[in-house]
Design a protein around this ligand. Structure first.
Ligand SMILES: Cc1ncc(COP(=O)(O)O)c(C=O)c1O
Length: 420
């Protein structure tokens, strides 16, 4: 089959080996396609950052071209990945314990610094204990596959993160999916569950990573009580950003004591790496023994844990600059709405700009980049193709001048492509 015929078949058609082909043929085809002039939406992937993350800095494109961009594509919403106090705390841990742990957590892979981090996380959620995983993605995989098994049922929002769906698949449990944010859809599923199926878990992102809206946790926790389900919330993008004191989506709805498994990522607003689950002592003990991405994976470096301890001290006091971040979020949202962009229902630092046309999206994204604006390009497999979009992420340290220039570039480009 010619390359062009293959291109028409799109990303998902390269997942499986075509009968008669060698296992690697699909990879060779994708490689060839990416290196033609055909736009696939992947052109902008794989840039190199030449300076440390900030509102505007230099990057190197895959072509080798170097230029500066205004950064609207980072999840370090509070700029803690480059915060001086966080770095100081990371350096102290580095000097004291070295740069790698050399062992999984259960086999001497953790230090008092890791223990302190577990305590901070548990305190933030008002839980008895917490467990820290060396990867965010691996956190969802590990927690879900440890707790759920054949015969159990997991009920998901359709917009949940890929790591949640992968964890569900691995668990062997029945997987049910309701349309994004559709609470009637959720209840319809719950009503139909057989009485005998008593191992029930509802999983939702807190802040949805591609839409920026917050799960309706008030309704979800009520339904969970009525239908005797446990609730797991992945608040990767809520921590430090939403809620009265920045403690996340459950705080936003005042239902913190109704969440059974508080999942979060240490890579987003905390600015480091890894993930966690805060829950009861029994659950955390169970996960430390049964979550395979914990048991069989080397512990987080102490320097990262050290930096994270400082980040969590700030979260606990709500002193990481959340209000300043929200001023910038509101500034950008108001300007984009005033110009006429469709920004969905964002309630967080994640702002989608809906494009709904993949060909236009590819052109707009690369033009923005050329003009010095970095945004995330979002299409299949992250969302359905017909819901493709740009994703803008706001950071506290973006200046108003940078935001104004970003809006101007977006306006110019949006008009050119009849988006506004
Ligand atoms: C909602 C959500 N959960 C989990 C993850 C995985 O986290 P990490 O990137 O730290 O592995 C992400 C990151 O994209 C996410 O957005």
């Amino acid at each position: 089959m010619s390359i062009l015929e293959q291109v028409n078949k799109k990303f998902e058609n390269f997942l499986k080996t075509t009968p008669g082909d060698d296992l690697f043929t699909k990879a060779e085809l994708v490689y060839e396609i990416i290196n033609t002039d055909i736009k696939t939406g992947n052109e902008g992937l794989g840039m190199v950052s030449l300076d440390k993350l900030q509102g505007e800095y230099n990057i190197e494109e895959k072509t080798g071209e170097k230029h500066s961009v205004i950064m609207l594509g980072s999840n370090s919403y509070l700029n803690l990945s480059t915060n001086e106090e966080v770095i100081k705390s990371a350096k102290e841990a580095l000097d004291k314990y070295g740069y790698g742990m050399g062992a999984v957590s259960n086999y001497a892979g953790i230090t008092p610094i890791h223990k302190e981090l577990e305590k901070h996380i548990a305190e933030l959620y008002g839980c008895e204990d917490s467990i820290v995983f060396p990867s965010g993605y691996g956190t969802n995989i590990g927690v879900i596959s440890a707790l759920c098994n054949e015969g159990d049922v997991i009920i998901n929002d359709s917009a949940n993160h890929a790591s949640i769906f992968d964890g569900c698949k691995l668990s062997g449990a029945d997987i049910k999916i309701y349309p994004h944010a559709d609470m009637q859809g959720l209840e319809r599923i719950l009503k139909r569950l057989p009485k005998s199926q008593t191992g029930r878990l509802i999983i939702t992102d807190g802040v949805f990573s591609m839409d920026g809206d917050i799960a309706k946790l008030d309704i979800i926790t009520n339904l969970a009580k009525e239908y005797k389900c446990r609730v797991m919330v992945d608040d990767a993008h809520g921590l430090g950003v939403v809620g009265k004191t920045g403690k996340g989506s459950a705080e936003f709805y005042n239902v913190s004591n109704k969440i059974d498994l508080n999942i979060g990522m240490l890579s987003k607003s905390p600015g480091g790496l890894g993930g966690y689950c805060a829950s009861s002592k029994a659950i955390i003990q169970f996960l430390k023994l049964y979550a395979r991405t914990y048991f069989f994976s080397t512990a987080l470096p102490s320097s990262v844990a050290g930096g994270l301890n400082q980040a969590f001290k700030m979260f606990l006091k709500d002193s990481a600059g959340r209000k300043e971040l929200w001023d910038k979020i509101n500034f950008l949202k108001n300007n984009l709405t005033a110009i006429g962009f469709d920004i969905g229902h964002s309630q967080s630092a994640i702002i989608p700009i809906m494009i709904y046309d993949e060909e236009k999206l590819f052109k707009i994204h690369s033009e923005l980049r050329t003009k010095g604006l970095y945004t995330n390009i979002v299409t299949y497999p992250a969302v359905r193709r017909k819901e493709c979009r740009l994703r803008l992420c706001v950071m506290k340290d973006l200046s108003y001048n940078q935001l104004e220039r970003a809006v101007k570039i977006l306006e110019e480009t949006g008009k050119k492509y009849n988006i506004i």
